[in-house]
Design a protein around this ligand. Structure first.
Ligand code: UDP
Length: 239
């Protein structure tokens, strides 16, 4: 399957449907980035981070912000929630007898998430876990290099997880590595996702901000600025 990439604020985004993204990811290695407006804003300031996104092997539109941005540019692409992509990847990799490693989150969150995943997906083959508050990165990288997972889920928040996964891509070219943000917190049962109706309306970000007001500064002014920048991009393109 060929990638169908469009550019948003100068960065590539794959326009696969959810099922296409899963199918593509199952048959490819490398780094999956679930891109959002905060990451795009950070990439504008940081060339190294922009390069990591550009070199990623699959870049999925995570959230309503990117979906709206693409729509402004005339692309009808449906958002893919990173947590759902990651969860389905676990299922298809498990069905394919592949091995999985989880890196990130607080130790008790990680172990609860693993426990729940093992109940929900009994055949899951988790060969390595490491919480996200390690000091010795080299040690974690070399342990991963020893066990060589087929699928690596990294929950370190952005940009840490993308930088980490980029290093993994160098040392483990056959692994598929995806940054999953707060997914382990949700899988542990400690953090709840927004009710489905909020998700469907594209308002999960608002729900999370209300529940956790310190997230407010992550969304403002990033989200409105992002929309303004994309409108400018659209106008500039027409000239
Ligand atoms: N995290 C971590 N190590 C760190 C910083 C964060 O393991 O040094 C974890 C944190 O415990 C949480 C996850 O990264 O489980 C993602 O956090 P965040 O809420 O920032 O995720 P996002 O909003 O990006 O999905």
């Amino acid at each position: 399957m060929e990638r169908k990439i469009v550019k948003l604020q100068g960065l590539p985004v794959d326009t696969f449907s959810f099922d296409e993204a899963i199918d593509y990811a199952l048959h490819h290695n490398g780094q999956v980035v679930t891109i959002n407006p905060e990451m795009i804003a950070y990439a504008k300031k940081n060339k190294d981070f922009a390069a990591i996104i550009e070199n990623a092997d699959l870049i999925t539109p995570d959230g309503i912000g990117v979906e709206i941005g693409l729509k402004i540019l005339g692309y009808n692409v449906k958002r893919i929630a990173g947590i759902e992509l990651a969860r389905r990847l676990i299922e298809v990799y498990t069905a394919d007898n592949k091995t999985i490693a989880l890196v990130g989150a607080k130790p008790e969150i990680l172990s609860k998430a693993v426990e729940n995943l093992k109940i929900q997906i009994p055949d899951i083959n988790i060969i390595y876990t490491q919480d996200g508050y390690f000091q010795d990165e080299q040690k974690v990288l070399s342990e991963l290099n020893r066990v060589k997972p087929d699928l690596l889920l990294t929950a370190l928040g952005s940009p840490k997880q993308e930088i980490f996964n980029n290093k993994i891509k160098e040392i483990l070219p056959r692994t598929l590595a995806i940054g999953v943000g707060g997914s382990f917190d949700v899988w542990s049962g400690v953090v709840k996702r927004a009710p489905v109706i909020w998700q469907k309306l594209g308002l999960e970000w608002l729900y999370r901000t209300v529940k956790e007001p310190k997230r407010f500064k992550r969304i403002f002014p990033t989200l409105p600025l992002f929309v303004i920048n994309v409108i400018a991009e659209r106008i500039f393109r027409k000239v």
